[in-house]
Ligand binder design. Structure first.
Ligand SMILES: C[S@@+](CC[C@H](N)C(=O)[O-])C[C@H]1O[C@@H](n2cnc3c(N)ncnc32)[C@H](O)[C@@H]1O
Length: 216
């Protein structure tokens, strides 16, 4: 199990490698992550409930994986969840849950195939972390979420404040693309994993403040 974590965290943002690894891991991912007490979807779901209105408006789950987050958000009243991920294997597992209205293969860090201001909000869990989606991925989130909508995402400590995530977060704030609203307490996302993976994580909430046309 640690073997899988080792592999995906050391993929260094190589999306081809990461896709292959997650395709292979997909079938066992939920069981492995449950065994080590993966906490992020629960913390994130609690914060989503405070920031993004329930209902029929589309909400993007960026890096949906097997859909652990949708399994909580859909029964809570989020009826129009749209998931994207680079791994078809993970998307197939999410599809089987029947909680996402739409699931598409897309890569964060590249242009997303959605119009400006398309979503009422966006969420992302366990994706803006070491060796996974790059900070540039934030740009497209800001473009596709409408002004006034919220982005609720885990971001791991190791890249903050001086690292690439911290820099991009600050530059988006400075440019008027989004406004930082609040941050959760720090928590250990994988409490049952080896020490090497005892990353501290936090959930960040941003309000999108400019139209996608200005952000594109
Ligand atoms: C640790 S899993 C988290 C999945 C799910 N959000 C959860 O909390 O269980 C990371 C997911 O991000 C996806 N991913 C990694 N880099 C990505 C990128 N650049 N674009 C889209 N998906 C990416 C992986 O394929 C994987 O499904």
């Amino acid at each position: 199990m640690s073997g899988w974590l080792d592999e995906v965290y050391s993929a260094e943002g190589d999306t081809t490698r990461l896709k292959e690894l997650y395709d292979e891991w997909a079938g066992a991912y939920d069981e492995h992550l449950t065994r080590i007490g993966y906490l992020s979807p629960s913390v994130l779901a609690a914060m989503v409930g405070q920031e993004i209105p329930r209902g029929d408006e589309a909400v993007l789950d960026a890096g949906v994986g097997t859909g652990l987050l949708g399994a909580m958000l859909h029964p809570a009243g989020y009826a129009n969840l749209v998931g994207i991920d680079l791994s078809e294997g993970m998307l197939a597992m999410a599809e089987a849950r029947n909680t996402y209205r739409e699931l598409r293969r897309m890569t964060l860090g590249e242009r997303l195939d959605f119009p400006d201001d398309h979503f009422a909000g966006a969420v992302s869990c366990g994706v803006f972390t070491g060796g996974h989606a790059p900070a540039e991925g934030f740009e497209e989130i800001v473009r596709v979420v409408r002004p006034g909508g919220h982005f609720v995402a885990t971001i791991t400590d190791e890249h903050l404040p001086g690292g690439s995530f911290g820099e991009k977060m600050a530059s988006l704030e400075h440019r008027g693309g989004w406004r930082h609203v609040r941050t959760s307490e720090r928590f250990v996302a994988l409490p049952g994993a080896d020490e090497d993976f005892a990353h501290l994580s936090q959930v960040y909430v941003f309000e999108i403040t400019a139209s996608g046309a200005a952000n594109g």
